[in-house]
Design a protein around this ligand. Sequence first.
Ligand code: CTP
Length: 412
Amino acid sequence: MSGGIAAYKAAEICRRLMDAGATVSPVMTIAAKRFIGEATLSALASEPVRTSLWGGPEPIPHTRLGQSADLVVVAPATARIIGSYAAGISSDLLSATLLATRAPVLMCPAMHTEMWEHPAVAENVATLKRRGVHFVEPGVGRLAGGDLGAGRLADPADIVDAASTLLRSSRSLGGVRSLHGVRAVVTAGGTREPIDPVRYIGNRSSGRQGYAVAAELAARGALVTLVSTVASSLDAPAGVDVVEVETAMEMLASVEACLTAPGSSADLLVMTAAVADFRPAMSSDQKIKRGSGVPDVQLVANPDILAGLAQARHANNASGPLLVGFAAETVRPGGPTLEELALSKLHSKGVDVIVANDVALPRVGFGHATNAVVIVDRDGRSVEVPLTTKEKVAVAVVDAAERILLTRSLTS
Ligand code: CTP
């Protein structure tokens, strides 16, 4: 806890973490103690509160805390603690612990809107995100002194959810952040192809599967950019950078920019987005009035983003990111099976992994919280994931990508 009025909410976060079975060691800055009493945290947590580098029972408390933690949660995180962590400055027990840990770190900022939007704070947050630090973004609401705006500490339940996701992933991998240093780009949502300023051609994709894949990659330590058409309706997963796009052409430009960024080109692309195959040849910049008659909307083909990247990679002697595609299929009785359709798309697109689902089945894919998929890869593996949550499907998708990334790094 660092010092802000939201420190009182740390008590609830602590209780919820304890309820979820965590061992919690509270670390408070001197300023945090002005907002909430040590006794409150000591009574709720499993370990005594620590506030200082000096005078406690352990000679080097920050290294013991940092090395023994599975996860460090800073809630609330003030502009000061974000700044010192970004600059690598250790001036108290909390900032020293942050530098002494290799565990995932979850920062939960809380401050006044002006401070949260200050370019210095924004740059520090961006620096930490680039280094793989996870964030639960602050919400909009009532702030200290009665002001309204962005900067309010996220809901304790959301903070504990983000903490559990990070812990679950790093635990399931034996505490190893298996994708540490891997740069991943994930696309999510359906593209919208405008006819005029109010109408578009779109599809039923909710974007939830892509968000779950991005969250899973981030939880394993990857640096994730999510190119999303639904950024205004879904919260960014902890630690993920979101780029908002609308059309297939914008998505293509963003994905290409991420894949080729000098010095930080991506190792992995997961295309969960439902990209419109066609767009109106012309989009009117004025609303088309009913009185002007039924418009004749001519369509032109959009580029196939995934297949285009696979071709470019082929032309470049197979050097380029690992490519994972999704395939929304409808399986006809007596026709090819879902696995056969997936394999045919794997070969026709020239990608490494295809995740196929039968969208005609109940509760599968578009618009649902659940999914059922077959995952095929270029090495001949085929994994069936029966109906489950999109989060669990994301775990299987990331497992498949990770296996190939590992083989690549062993053979290169
Ligand atoms: N995709 C893409 N660009 C497009 C269309 C699709 O990158 N213009 C990607 C999707 O994000 C997905 C994969 O290609 O990862 C498969 O999309 P799908 O619509 O199932 O395939 P299509 O190539 O459109 O084939 P179909 O004829 O089956 O619709």
